[in-house]
Ligand binder design. Structure first.
Ligand SMILES: [Zn+2]
Ligand SMILES: [Zn+2]
Length: 88
C-alpha cells in the first residue's frame, strides 16, 4: 500500500464514549481524511483541525444565524459536509 497522503490532510478519527472516557479509533475507511470544510472522506462531519468526529463536535443548528460547527479542541468552522454536492 502506498502512502498518498496529501500535504495538510488530516486523518479522520472517531471518538467514542463520554467526556473523560473518550477512546479514539481510526476511521474504518482506510486513508480517510478530513477536508478544510470538515468533510471526512467517509461522509461524516469531522474537525478539520484535529480530525476528530463524534461527541467532541457541536453541529450548527442555525439558531441566531449560527452556522459554525465547533470542536472541543477550540476550532470552529463553517461546515461543508458534502464535498460533491452544492446546496440548492
Ligand atoms: Zn472517516
Ligand atoms: Zn478539533
Amino acid at each position: 500500500m502506498s502512502m498518498t497522503l496529501t500535504i495538510g490532510a488530516v486523518p479522520h478519527f472517531k471518538t467514542r464514549g463520554f467526556s473523560g472516557q473518550h477512546t479514539l479509533e481510526r476511521c474504518e475507511d482506510m486513508g480517510c481524511t478530513v477536508t478544510p470544510g470538515g468533510a471526512a472522506d467517509c461522509g461524516r462531519l469531522a474537525c478539520p483541525s484535529c480530525g476528530f468526529s463524534g461527541s467532541n463536535l457541536t453541529a450548527p443548528d442555525g439558531f441566531d444565524g449560527d452556522q459554525l460547527a465547533r470542536c472541543a479542541c477550540g476550532h470552529a468552522w463553517n461546515p461543508r459536509p458534502n464535498r460533491e454536492q452544492v446546496a440548492a
